[in-house]
Design a protein. Structure first.
Length: 187
């Protein structure tokens, strides 16, 4: 990872391939690049969430997550290399336990809505799930360690919990699904 980009427009991808960190090349549609792209998109959405007013501990957590997602993307870009450590998954488990403990139990489904920050956290959740699916698909074709998949699985859960936390800032609440079937009292 010592090489740094000095030229952005290299034109080497004009043939429909892209380079990995080990200097090998694959077609741009390869599952590895799809997974890397979804992780990059997730990191960008977290960057957008960081533009919102957030509690200090949530902001610190999200910045650390961005760094870990960069590690995850780097690991995907160098097959067989380990950058995302097991303690990163444990850190998400701890954050999940901490933030979920302050929330009331869910009695109904909630919509991905509420405050703009909460809605953006839900976008992050859905992109994390897509990235996880891409890594699972990649793992069917190539060797992928467990940590990247586990990290994204925990992260999507954490983003759901953080959306609930962010909806409660300033006295707000979740936006509950109003099923017509439930409203009619039908089974």
């Amino acid at each position: 990872m010592g090489n740094r980009l000095t030229q952005i427009a290299t034109r080497t991808g004009d043939d429909g391939t892209s380079g990995l960190g080990d200097n090998s090349r694959l077609p741009k549609h390869h599952l590895r690049f799809q997974a890397m792209g979804d992780v990059d998109e997730l990191n960008s959405h977290i960057g957008l969430l960081l533009c919102e007013t957030l509690p200090a501990e949530v902001r610190t957590l999200l910045v650390e997550i961005q760094h870990q997602l960069f590690n995850l993307g780097g690991e995907l870009s160098i097959p067989g290399y380990e950058l995302l450590k097991a303690d990163a998954v444990l850190a998400l488990d701890e954050a999940l336990a901490t933030h979920n403990a302050q929330l009331p139990r869910l009695q109904e489904f909630i919509l991905p809505a509420g405050t703009r920050a909460a809605a953006q956290a839900h976008v992050c959740r859905t992109v994390a799930r897509r990235a996880e699916r891409q890594i699972v698909a990649l793992g069917q074709e190539d060797t992928v360690r467990d940590a990247p998949r586990q990290y994204l699985n925990r992260l999507s859960d954490l983003m759901f919990v953080l959306a609930r936390v962010l909806n409660r800032m300033d006295g707000g609440d979740d936006v509950y699904w109003q099923s017509a079937r439930l409203a009619q009292g039908a089974d």
